[in-house]
Write a new protein. Structure first.
Length: 343
């Protein structure tokens, strides 16, 4: 986390551990506000990679699952980087900064993915830089979120994944009442102050819970290369293009789509457990005879108590059997509806 920004947040009541805001004094109050009010979050749990150079678009088009030509100064998108066998190494939120492309992903993944992307540069006129400490990302969510952005930006993005840009900041609309602001350390404090009086400052777990409820999975080191894109519903949220050219894993992703051989999907679940579930935890159901039927992708504390999680499961297990965390004797998953339909 940028040192000046960290000092600013600390002065405003943030408890920060390992460069991530844990809370602003009362985790339960912040979670309640996340569900019922309007919150303001620092998003330093994410890092950002800048892809620049005259071949940047072609470079990314040949590597990522989505159609990069659709990323403009007015539109962002989700995408993924896959292995040749179609396994997801990273998921991204992508937007433009001038002629450059910015890829947002969990900070824990940044350096490994930067190195992986660099392996493909070869003779391309492309530069890949980690700008995580040069970029400040803020999250605003709740009934007043769009109005607040309009007041601070003089305009707010009107549709999902649309972008409004100012000289020193951009705003991306992630959903009906959820937006992300991208700015620099120099201007982040003034934007924070602009919105702080009408919001509740909230820690990282609150934003993570919102991502989970929206059904978008960020791949973490614990879940890297465990899933094909459709298993984490990337095809259902516009994170895969089936009309573009080849990219690593494209044959597997396309075959899964058109031959209907998908056996696993991602579901939203609530878990009443005193021990916090972790990404990568295995899930079990009686039909699998001792073998895991799924895995936790992302998890966060729930405002109602316990935890909410994105769980990748055998479709047959989800449809017909109770599913449990870690073993058949442990906590049972209670499945909840996602904001988009699952085929």
């Amino acid at each position: 986390m940028n040192t000046d920004w960290q000092n600013f947040l600390t002065r405003h009541g943030a408890t920060i551990e390992s460069g991530v805001v844990q809370h602003f004094g009362n985790s339960k109050t912040e979670l309640s506000a996340t569900a019922q009010g309007t919150i303001l979050c620092d998003l330093s749990q994410f890092g950002t990679l800048r892809i620049s150079g005259e071949d940047a678009q072609t470079f990314l088009q040949n590597l990522l699952s989505n159609d990069i030509s659709e990323v403009t100064t007015g539109r962002a998108q989700y995408s993924s980087l896959n292995t040749a066998k179609g396994r997801v190494m990273a998921t991204f939120l992508i937007w433009r900064d001038g002629s450059d492309y910015v890829l947002q992903l969990p900070r824990a993944q940044c350096e490994a993915i930067r190195k992986k992307l660099s392996m493909y540069v070869l003779r391309s006129k492309v530069t890949i830089g980690d700008i995580s400490d040069e970029t400040i990302c803020l999250g605003v969510s709740g009934k007043e979120a769009v109005e607040l952005i309009a007041e601070c930006f003089e305009a707010a993005p009107q549709t999902a994944m649309s972008v409004v840009q100012q000289k020193h900041a951009s705003a991306i609309r992630l959903g009906e009442a959820r937006l992300q602001i991208i700015t620099t350390p120099q201007y982040a404090s003034s934007l924070w102050k602009c919105m702080a009086m009408d919001t509740t400052a909230a820690g990282t777990p609150c934003w993570d819970w919102l991502n989970i409820r929206d059904g978008f999975a960020f791949i973490l080191p614990q879940t890297q290369e465990h899933f094909v894109a459709q298993m984490i519903n990337l095809d259902l949220i516009g994170g895969v293009s089936f009309n573009k050219g080849c990219y690593p894993g494209q044959e597997i992703v396309a075959r899964t789509q058109y031959l209907g051989k998908l056996k696993r999907r991602m579901y939203l679940a609530h878990i009443d457990s005193t021990e916090a579930p972790q990404p990568g935890d295995e899930l079990f159901s009686a039909d699998m005879e001792g073998q895991a039927s799924g895995m936790i992708a992302n998890v966060a504390p729930s405002p109602s108590g316990g935890y909410d999680a994105l769980a990748v499961l055998q479709i047959a297990s989800h449809d017909a059997y109770p599913v449990h965390l870690r073993s058949l004797l442990d906590a049972r998953l209670e499945f909840l509806p996602l904001p988009y339909p699952i085929p």
